[in-house]
Write a protein that binds this ligand. Structure first.
Ligand code: GDP
Ligand code: MG
Length: 720
């Protein structure tokens, strides 16, 4: 029959058939199996971090180890049936402890959570040999992983120094020394918890304990210790605890009651609470067994990899160096965790990366960047932070660098797009603003600049990962471009203004009512002086209007001076054009003939003359012709009443600085030889000597014709 009371249907049974008896860590062929991750996952230990415990049991074969574990921890390790006495536990099994007695009352003493129990195949004192090798290997494995080693021993074996158990303990001590040879600085303490079975009660526990301790010390002193550890004491590496249990078959009730009490000792303990009987020896009945110092500090999710590596090193007969193993584990696990973190990061960031080629400002990028980074880093910190600190820090830096590099690409692209958008919005808003209201340009620019920059800063800040990515230079570049844009827009606006002013001057100059054409109706020595006054008055008043408007555009004094200078020059050019128009030969002849006719054909009352014989046609003709001929030289040169040239150059003023450079939008067609240029000596020559001659000839011809006509009319009247 199967041993009863194994609680075989404990809570582990709910895991399903595969894990009915826990999981086999090392199989009967001494191979490390791959089932541990699944088992830890199914039992929810995988995510426990350091909040788990690992213990192992040691002892000769068929000494009731599995039976004990099943009672203590509600596990279902296979036990030997009483009828067929043969080895049942093959290799090493692992199972999660549960406590059916547990209450939800935290005040009541209770077993620790997440205790992983390893049931190690026992050795049979009778046939050793090959098994001795496995015994050594499994002891090494258990020591490298377990916090507490339960040593299961029958009372009657106590004091049998040569007994199987003592051989086993010798092995444990030997491998322990081997383990710490490499790294004497970090001492991993373990607790050897002796459970003395079939305690009859004649010999008190205290005596049994002393006997065992004496034996243990004997074994320890008998060992050949590696260099540096010659004078080490057994208590440098181990704590000891002792307890007894009654015979399970003879005293079943007491056995159950005692195991119930015993399991409560498998609880977390704070170092200050621990009571020691003597050096390294825990108080037999009081303290919990899980001291922090025993924990191997392998996070649960790294345990399968760590255990597998340890087993591989052991079977390959390599020196086991636990600190190195922990570093290797940390590297492996940090890389694994890093991949998961990058995946989480990708979920958020990849869509933004894919949209990069659109070169637009991506909405919500800043918060997404922050979330992605925070999620990835906090997951990494939480899970990888439990591993070897040095490795963890290095891997964290690597991860941060990698993620930052990717975020920086997004950041830079976002800023580039935001820059472009800021400049576009700026010039668009200003152009619309000017059209809408002709509003004060300076205010419009200042307000738009503030708004656009505020938007840019907000975007840059939100993507800056709380200052990890600075953006001062980018901001400066935007400001610079906005200011350049403002200057350009103002230049364009100034150019438009200049053109408007020029047009308005042209209208005034060519006005039929009081313009140049009107003045030409009265050709006299004061014609050009009057036109000069017309010119200077209008230009001066136009300039004051212009200056007002250019001030509203926030133009600099220099820009204004340049524009005024241009306006004056253009005004002159316009006037000169009109003068040329007015002094075309045909129109001048018409005007001059008008003067001549007025004098010659009409009398002082404006009545047309009818020449009679004897009247002084010749005298009147000569006088009239003379008067008109005297006008022609007057028209030839534009001059003031005193005969001097008008102070045009002075009126226009010196060429302001920068006139060559800032010709943007303003046509600056300076040609010094042009008769319209104020600097040209010919600018005041309205009629060249050649034209004066041809004009005089034309006039003479027409006037002579008038004389001939007049003469002819008297002859015909006489002849009638
Ligand atoms: P293991 O090989 O050490 O795991 O031993 P098992 O738990 O498989 O038990 C071996 C045999 O010892 C079984 O037949 C059990 O019934 C018996 N056994 C279990 N507990 C006790 C006990 O407390 N005292 C004695 N004398 N026998 C026990
Ligand atoms: Mg067993």
């Amino acid at each position: 029959m199967a041993v009863n009371g194994t609680n075989g249907a404990g809570s582990n049974g709910t895991l399903g058939g595969e894990f009915d008896h826990g999981t086999q860590v090392i199989d009967e062929n001494k191979e490390f199996t791959s089932s541990m991750p699944d088992y830890l996952n199914a039992t929810h230990v995988l995510q426990a971090g350091f909040a788990y415990h690992l213990i192992s049991v040691f002892g000769s074969q068929s000494t009731g180890k599995s039976t004990l574990l099943n009672h203590l921890f509600n596990t279902s390790f296979p036990v030997m049936s009483e009828s067929k006495r043969q080895q049942t536990t093959k290799g090493i099994w692992m199972s999660l402890a549960t406590d059916p007695d547990a209450t939800s009352d935290p005040a009541k003493p209770h077993m620790a959570d997440n205790i992983l129990v390893m049931d190690v195949e026992g050795t049979d004192g009778r046939e050793r040999g090959e098994d001795q090798d496995f015994e050594r290997k499994s002891a090494l494995f258990a020591l490298a992983t377990s916090e507490v080693l339960i040593v299961n021993i029958w009372e009657h074996q106590v004091g049998l120094y040569q007994g199987a158990n003592m051989g086993l303990l010798k092995t444990v001590f030997e491998v322990n020394l081997q383990l710490f040879q490499k790294d004497k600085a970090t001492v991993h303490r373990s607790l050897l918890f002796f459970v003395i079975r079939d305690h009859i009660g004649h010999t008190p526990l205290e005596n049994l304990k002393n006997t065992l301790l004496a034996d243990l010390n004997n074994i320890w002193y008998g060992l050949s210790k590696p260099p540096g550890l010659e004078s080490s004491k057994i208590s440098d590496f181990f704590d000891f605890a002792f307890t007894t249990l009654p015979h399970k078959l003879l005293q079943p009730d007491q056995f159950v009651a005692e195991t119930r009490k015993l399991k409560l000792r498998f609880r977390d303990e704070t170092p200050t609470n621990v009571k020691y009987k003597s050096e390294g020896v825990l108080d037999t009945t009081e303290s919990g067994v899980f001291l922090p110092a025993y924990h191997r500090r392998i996070p649960a999710d790294g345990l399968p990899h760590y255990a597998g590596n340890i087993w591989r090193m052991i079977t390959e007969n390599k020196d086991l160096d636990l600190p190195t193993q922990q570093e290797l584990l940390a590297q492996y696990r940090c890389d694994e965790i890093s991949i998961v973190c990058v995946d989480l990061f990708d979920d958020v960031v990849v869509p933004f990366e894919s949209a990069l080629n659109q070169k637009i400002v991506q909405e919500n990028l800043g918060p997404a960047m922050k979330t992605a980074l925070d999620t990835a880093i906090s997951k990494f910190t939480e899970e990888a932070g439990r591993y070897h600190k040095g490795v963890y820090k290095r891997k964290l830096e690597d991860l941060e660098k990698k993620l930052h590099a990717r975020l920086r690409v997004l950041f830079v692209a976002q800023l580039t797009a935001a820059h472009k958008s800021a400049v576009a919005v700026f010039s668009d808003t200003i152009q619309k603003g000017i059209k809408r209201s002709g509003a004060d340009f300076a205010t419009l620019v200042a307000e738009t600049r503030t708004t656009v920059l505020a938007d840019f800063i907000a975007e840059a800040k939100s993507c800056s990962l709380d200052g990890a990515f600075p953006y001062a230079d980018e901001l400066k570049a935007v400001e610079l471009e906005l200011d350049e844009g403002a200057t350009r827009l103002r230049g364009e606006e100034m150019a438009r203004l200049l053109t408007r002013m020029e047009k308005s001057l042209k209208n005034k100059f060519s006005s039929e009512d009081d313009g140049v054409a009107y003045m030409f109706k009265t050709i006299s020595p004061t014609l050009y002086p009057r036109i000069w006054t017309l010119f200077t008055d209008n230009v001066t008043s136009q300039i004051s209007v212009f200056t007002q408007k250019s001030t509203a555009l926030n133009a600099t004094g220099e820009e204004n001076d340049q524009a005024v200078y241009k306006l004056k020059k253009r005004a002159w050019r316009v006037l000169r054009g009109i003068l040329d128009e007015e002094t075309k030969e045909q129109s001048l002849i018409t005007r001059l003939m008008g003067y001549f006719d007025k004098d010659f054909r009409y009398d002082e009352h404006g009545v047309p003359r009818v020449w009679k014989a004897g009247e002084d046609i010749e005298g009147t003709f000569a006088k009239s012709k003379e008067t008109v001929l005297n006008l022609i030289p007057e028209l030839a040169t534009f001059k003031l009443e005193d005969g001097s040239s008008p102070p045009l150059v002075k009126f226009i003023g010196d060429t302001p600085a920068g006139i060559e450079e800032t010709s943007a939008g303003v046509d600056d067609d300076e040609e010094d030889e042009d008769v319209t240029s104020p600097n040209s000596p010919k600018t005041f020559t309205i009629l060249t000597p050649g034209r004066v001659t041809s004009l005089t000839e034309s006039f003479n011809r027409q006037a002579d014709q008038a004389f001939v006509d007049a003469k002819r009319s008297t002859i015909s009247s006489v002849s009638q």
